[in-house]
Design a protein. Structure first.
Length: 213
């Protein structure tokens, strides 16, 4: 990767938490350079317009989904580790792509919206295959996998809403970890549960929240 490309993705990475919470059509260049921690001169050295930023942001989101999809399909990796990756994938997908951004993409940036939706649909297809594998191996319960996946978006979005911690007197970190445990108990057969090490996902929740907040 060239130095220019490296810089581009570094700037996007710095701003992704900000970008994921906004209606992109309303974002100003001054806000972008602030969150990228660069000057306007540097911004225009790398980007011809703010739409270039959106293109790279969506590209990064879809690439992440593809990479984690590849991991989840690797049968040589334990089902437990791959399940944890599916939860991490759900967290990042929800936390870094808010409803506000999705509505804005659908209305103002249909090409980028379609790219994201195609990647999401491919993800769901791979998850269905993953769940079927788990059932075949006798490690997963027979559950409605569509509902199992849909609950991620609804519950995680509710947990990260600012009113949640006040209303229920629980930290976001604990709520997200407890939701992971709930999903684990929903999915795995009882004989498997005690063999799963949850430390990885607990650490990942902390890392993701540090990037988001």
């Amino acid at each position: 990767m060239s130095n220019k490309a490296t810089n581009l993705y570094r700037y996007i990475e710095k701003a992704k938490a900000f970008l994921g919470k906004q209606r992109f059509s309303q974002v100003k260049i001054d806000e972008l350079v602030k969150h990228m921690d660069i000057s306007k001169a540097t911004f225009y050295k790398y980007f011809s317009s703010k739409d270039d930023v959106l293109d790279l942001f969506i590209e990064g989101c879809t690439n992440y989904l593809h990479v984690t999809d590849d991991f989840i399909q690797k049968e040589e990796i334990s089902l437990a580790k791959r399940f944890q990756k599916t939860y991490e994938q759900s967290l990042k997908s929800v936390i870094f792509i808010s409803n506000e951004l999705l509505y804005d993409l659908k209305e103002k940036y249909p090409i980028q919206y379609e790219k994201l939706m195609v990647a999401q649909q491919l993800r769901y297809s791979h998850l269905q295959t993953f769940f079927q594998e788990g059932r075949t191996k006798g490690q997963f319960r027979s559950i409605n996998t569509t509902l199992f996946m849909i609950q991620d978006e609804e519950v995680i979005r509710r947990i990260i809403h600012p009113s949640f911690t006040i209303q229920y007197d629980i930290t976001v970190k604990k709520a997200l970890f407890d939701f992971y445990l709930l999903k684990k108990y929903q999915l795995f057969e009882p004989s498997i549960l005690n063999t799963i090490d949850d430390s990885y996902i607990e650490d990942q929740i902390s890392v993701i929240l540090q990037s988001y907040l």
